[in-house]
Design a protein around this ligand. Structure first.
Ligand SMILES: NC(=O)c1ccc[n+]([C@@H]2O[C@H](COP(=O)([O-])OP(=O)(O)OC[C@H]3O[C@@H](n4cnc5c(N)ncnc54)[C@H](O)[C@@H]3O)[C@@H](O)[C@H]2O)c1
Length: 306
């Protein structure tokens, strides 16, 4: 891998444009491909707007070249990240095309949220250079990238990926097994399952669930991981708490019927103006600003600089 690897990003939507921004801001050349004309038209203005919003020079976007052909986007790349829609057959087909057009030494990564990397890379000839890089939204503000290896991924691929991501200011961690949800989404959705169950069982309303999290362990989470917390209170106390409380927690293996009902009633959250809570357009703007301001205040410089 060269000192400043050339990057290709496949899919110029929310995540792809954000990932392109991170590499461009760190001085990499980025080739950005999208199959849709409209997405290509929106990509650079979106990157410039986001650069400005996080206090970086919008001119940095000039490091990103837009492509309407996948092959020309990936042909010179040392590292290819796919951020196309969450659709397994589509991703499998894209990786076949990527492998045919990319250099044999290029590392190939998928930004899937939950699809097993092993399935996405199933049709590749050389699976040793393929892995998952799961970024979080917005990619230029949230530090974490989970690097997921399959049983075929080589150590050299994992090491080069961790090094590259660290060099652009990301907190890159290795996920040693290709398990659904990787690490972050498993933890997150274990909490969400219980949150929905508390409301469905009439223990409290949705606002109370959110208030409890935000006013209690949520305030500590950014500085105190759950296992640090377990050590802090003692593993003996943690064991005792688990033996009392775990039998009472929700163990459903499918989405809650409560969630089914919300979806059936068209209560889809922001997009319909109501989900667990009611959302006016103004309240949606306020919430989005609250998140951005919090992330900027927490993590300071959003991306590595030259
Ligand atoms: N949104 C999130 O918070 C988030 C977080 C982590 C991972 N992801 C994952 O990242 C990926 C992209 O998600 P997103 O939120 O950016 O979606 P998005 O819909 O904003 O972007 C997807 C882009 O892919 C383009 N596209 C469609 N068909 C294509 C093709 N054949 N080739 C190339 N591009 C094509 C679309 O035009 C669109 O611009 C998904 O796998 C998603 O699960 C999303």
């Amino acid at each position: 891998m060269p000192d400043k690897p050339a990057i290709a990003v496949v899919g110029a939507g929310l995540m792809g444009a954000g990932i392109a921004l991170v590499f461009a801001a760190a001085g990499h050349r980025v080739a950005l491909f999208d199959a849709m004309t409209e997405a290509r038209a929106m990509a650079l203005p979106r990157i410039r707007e986001n650069l400005k919003a996080i206090g970086l020079d919008p001119a940095t976007a000039s490091a990103v070249t837009l492509h309407s052909e996948l092959a020309t986007a990936v042909t010179d790349a040392d590292f290819v990240i796919e951020a196309a829609p969450e659709d397994l057959p589509l991703k499998q087909a894209l990786f076949v095309e990527i492998e045919n057009a990319a250099k044999p030494t290029a590392i190939l990564a998928s930004n899937t949220s939950v699809i097993p990397i092993t399935s996405i890379m199933e049709r590749l000839r050389n699976k040793a250079r393929a892995l998952g890089t799961h970024w979080w939204n917005p990619p230029y503000l949230v530090p974490l990238v989970e690097v997921i290896r399959t049983i075929d991924t080589s150590d050299a691929t994992v090491e080069a990926t961790l090094k590259l991501l660290a060099s652009v200011g990301k907190a890159a961690v290795e996920v040693k097994k290709d398990v659904p949800g990787f690490i972050g989404n498993r933890l997150q959705h274990a909490l969400w399952r219980e949150a929905v169950a508390l409301v469905a069982d009439g223990v409290c309303d949705a606002k109370t669930v959110d208030d409890v999290v935000k006013a209690s362990f949520g305030t500590r989470l950014a500085v105190l991981g759950p296992l640090e917390n377990a050590d802090l209170v003692g593993t003996d106390l943690t064991r005792s708490i688990h033996n009392y409380v775990l039998p009472a927690l929700d163990r459903s293996t499918a989405a809650s019927p409560y969630l089914d009902r919300l979806v059936e009633e068209g209560r889809l959250g922001f997009k319909s103006g109501e989900g667990f809570h009611k959302w006016t357009p103004e309240q949606q703007v306020v919430l989005r600003e609250r998140i951005t301001n919090h992330l900027r205040a927490s993590f300071g410089a959003p991306v590595a600089r030259e």
